[in-house]
Design a protein around this ligand. Structure first.
Ligand code: 8LQ
Length: 475
């Protein structure tokens, strides 16, 4: 297998032949059973390394009866190695500031510090070692090659350059690929309008950001009288939130820009986070198992579900030495499949991407709803105005679902009857898809705030109602 060692040692000057489809043909197309054999051997090395270097893992495993000597099959791995959660990582960083007692390299080896935004609770710090930074660049370059990017292509990075690993991971992947990195960023006032001007002038091959931001940028372009197709993008690739594998959203972006839409992204902790990513020919995402070993698990047992079923991704680094993650629970929901893929890679396939976080789903009148299902339905409607908001309230004894949805300007111009018809269409479509009646409010275009990062479309004020009711001495 090409450059397969732990710790990883990549040749930074390596490139596939010019016409090659695969960066590492052997690693990408080998029979899955053979790959699993290599993964098992690697897992043995990784758990031994973590046990020897990280008190965090040693204590976690000792307390739960696992020892690296116990590992002799992938079934052992899922049955005997306990999972870890983001809460465990936060606790470890509180106990052993700043980077937690799962940092396995000397602090002098830390090359970059990144972190979560910390909007809720303490932020988590990511310490990425010098060698790991190179390995991440190599993994991302390989996956971006599979997306169809080639040396010399310009990659426009339209996301915040701060602690967010999305922007940096794309930057170092582009550099290693020999692409032309265009680290434009996002987040400052007036930047979206400038992004439009730059893209029209430079005509990058690819755009990277979040799906919500690509939709917003297209609106900004149109407001300036510019058709987003004038950017002549070959592809847009995304991470950070559901969208690029949600048919209504994906198709809307693909048509708007007349370019291919590719999904990617696991978690910042898992950098190289492109470990789940689609390719030039395969929609959804592949789980690049030789970079990060992904198990889609039953959230109750944390054992793998059979292919064809839904579960939560549990990730294990195979090429990280600084803060290796071993069985980190994502808390997301996905469905995985095996079998042939259009691009010929033999990795497990997540044909519908990642649906979202399990705890982002909500239950209204007994029906379990994922926000991305509503996104899919609304984006597929012809007169959709571009944004919506989902509000779950409890004004009476029952939970109510309110969907505020923008209708295109033409609907408003056509008058009250057209607006009422649009409201009925939205309501019927949501009923057909979700099995519940939503209270639909039609609003004007551009009245709901846009984002240049991950969208927050759900407002759940049921807790507030409950607290209020309790205060009043009620239920
Ligand atoms: N999340 C991230 N990517 C997603 C995708 N493609 N589809 C559905 N949900 C996705 C740095 C990369 O952008 C990855 C990233 O966003 O890392 P974060 O900031 O740690 O956020 C991770 C969470 O974003 C995941 O658990 C998914 O819920 C979502």
């Amino acid at each position: 297998m090409e450059f397969w060692s732990f710790p990883p040692r990549y040749d930074d000057t390596y490139f596939p032949e010019t016409g090659a489809r695969y960066w590492f043909p052997q690693r990408e197309t080998m029979p899955p059973a053979e790959r699993e054999h290599h993964i098992l051997e690697r897992l043995k090395q990784v758990v031994r390394y973590a046990y020897d270097n990280a008190p965090f893992y040693r204590h976690h495993w000792d307390a739960r009866g696992f020892h690296p000597d116990h590992l002799s099959s992938l079934e052992d791995f899922e049955e005997r190695v306990p999972v870890i959660t983001k809460a465990d990582l936060r606790a470890a960083q509180d106990r052993a500031p700043v980077f937690g007692d799962y940092l396995c390299v000397p602090e002098s080896e830390i090359h970059h510090i990144h972190g979560t935004s910390g909007t809720t609770g303490n932020p988590t710090a990511f310490a990425i070692g010098r060698d790991d930074w190179r390995a991440i660049a190599n993994a991302h370059a390989r996956i971006m090659w599979a997306m169809g990017l080639r040396p010399g292509d310009t990659v426009f990075i339209g996301s915040l350059f701060s602690l967010y690993m999305g922007s940096w991971g794309t930057l170092i992947g582009s550099e290693r690929l020999g692409a032309r990195a265009f680290p434009f960023g996002a987040g400052a006032t007036g930047m979206s309008a400038r992004a439009v001007d730059w893209m029209r002038r430079v005509k990058p091959a690819a755009f990277y950001g979040t799906p919500s931001y690509a939709i917003h940028l297209a609106e900004v372009a149109r407001d300036k009288g510019i058709d987003p197709r004038e950017f002549e993008l070959k592809l847009l690739f995304f991470s950070g939130e559901p969208g690029a594998s949600v048919p209504g959203v994906r198709d809307r972006i693909a048509e708007t820009y007349e370019a291919r839409v590719i999904d990617s992204g696991s978690m910042a902790e898992m950098s190289p986070w492109m470990n789940v990513a689609g390719t030039a020919e395969t929609d959804g995402m592949l789980a690049w198992q030789d970079v990060v070993y992904t198990e889609v698990c039953d959230p109750n047992t944390m054992h793998r579900v059979p292919y064809g079923q839904r579960g939560t991704p549990v990730y294990t680094h195979l090429e990280r030495t600084s803060q290796p993650m071993i069985r980190l629970v994502s808390g997301d929901l996905t469905l995985w499949k095996d079998g042939p893929t259009p691009c010929g890679r033999t990795y497990p396939h997540l044909p519908y991407g990642i649906f979202g976080r399990i705890d982002d789903s909500f239950t209204v009148r007994g029906e379990n709803v994922y926000p991305s299902e509503i996104d899919a339905a609304l984006n597929a409607l012809p007169d959709y105005g571009g944004e919506h908001r989902i509000i779950i309230t409890r004004e009476t004894a029952m939970d109510e679902l309110v969907v505020q949805v923008e209708a295109a300007q033409s609907v408003h111009a056509a008058g009250d009857e057209a607006i009422a018809q649009f409201r009925d269409r939205v309501s019927n479509e949501l009923h057909r898809l979700l099995g519940i009646r939503a209270n639909v409010e039609v609003v004007e275009e551009k009245t709901i705030p846009r984002t240049d990062f991950k969208a927050r479309r759900v407002i759940d004020d049921r807790e507030m109602f409950r607290a209020f009711a309790e205060k009043l001495g009620g239920g």
